[in-house]
Design a protein around this ligand. Structure first.
Ligand code: ATP
Length: 306
């Protein structure tokens, strides 16, 4: 099974209010996927449905191949969840919190020591006395106690200072590199830029766009800036690249490219034909924030005046 999560036409109603309005998406095994949206878009509700914490009004969802409606326990045992507000106990030490989680999930005590080592956790300190950054780190570790295949994280860096947020993002990326499927919700641009391979943008209960960062950028017609430095820079090369309308800046050729794939293919073909060496090639994609503003008509950060 190549798919970790399948959501088909998911709806969630609270009374007359439709929080999630029939969304569909798929997440591949080993992928890092983000639901990006402003407050109230329906991200947490979606995570709560996928992790069996709230019922699905209509539609279907499969997590690790298990039906979220009819195989709830199997779903729960195969996933880890890091909620936005930690579910650990302030009065217990880090080790006792992890031992308690290990008991709940039937994990061996050795797993606790493994996580303490791997995540460099202050085992003897009370959870309530830790900094917010360390609390998040311990909460992530505790969600991994039973070695789940998918990790769900709801707004993983919310409330963290810049340094702790960076550390948590690094931790998530490293888990994903080790093969863990990661599903995050976020309204934070840095997170959306740095963690996921694929992003679904949510607005008022709907997914308004989905794809890789460059696909989303293309969707709103944003181009990529390419800065190229070659040796030797000949007039035949400049002529051959004329259709991409080069400009010059400090010895580099600069292009505003709508289709980066076509540009790179042309460049590679020319390299063989004209025999030049690429000294450097930098691409600058439009930020996901540009895409977000264009697609949703607003900035996703809390309290932003846009
Ligand atoms: P945030 O970042 O603020 O958590 P979100 O995208 O995660 O935003 P949700 O928490 O899923 O959004 O909420 C979506 C909508 O559903 C909001 O308008 C919210 O007020 C509403 N909602 C969420 N939970 C309930 C509930 N239990 N009863 C009624 N309405 C709810």
């Amino acid at each position: 099974m190549a798919e970790a999560i399948v959501a088909k036409n998911l709806f969630k109603r609270y009374g007359d209010f439709e929080a999630v309005k029939g969304i569909s998406f798929r997440v591949k095994k080993g992928e890092a996927f983000a639901l990006l949206g402003p407050n109230g878009a329906g991200k947490t509700t979606t995570v709560r449905m996928l992790t069996t914490l709230t019922s699905i009004t209509s539609g279907e969802a499969y997590v690790n191949g298990f039906n979220v409606k009819s195989e709830r326990l199997a779903v729960r045992l195969s996933i880890g969840l890091v909620p936005d507000v930690s579910n650990l106990y302030d009065e217990l030490t880090v080790r006792d919190n992890l031992l308690f989680m290990a008991k709940l999930y039937g994990a061996p005590a050795g797993r606790v020591e493994e996580l303490i080592r791997e995540f460099e956790l202050p085992a003897e300190r009370k959870f309530g006395k830790l900094s917010t950054g360390f609390k998040r780190r311990v909460t992530i570790a505790s969600a991994l106690i039973h070695e789940p295949e998918i990790l769900f994280l709801d707004e993983p860096t919310n409330g963290l200072d810049v340094r702790s947020a960076k550390a948590v993002r690094g931790l998530i990326r490293s888990l994903n590199r080790q093969g863990m499927t990661v599903f995050i919700t976020t309204h934070n641009m840095v997170e959306a830029e740095t963690i996921p391979q694929r992003i679904a943008i949510m607005k008022a209960g709907n997914i308004v766009a989905e794809g890789k960062r460059n696909e989303l950028a293309r969707l709103v017609g944003k181009s990529t800036i390419v800065r190229l430095s070659v040796e030797p820079l000949t007039s035949s090369l400049i002529k051959a690249l004329e259709r991409f309308k080069p400009t010059f800046d400090e010895g580099s050729l600069v292009f505003n490219v709508a289709d980066i794939d076509a540009f790179l293919e042309t460049l590679m073909a020319l390299r063989k034909k004209l025999n030049f060496r690429v000294k450097s090639l930098c691409t600058e994609l439009p930020g996901i924030e540009d895409v977000f503003v264009e697609l949703t008509g607003g900035c996703p950060c809390r309290g932003c005046p846009l």
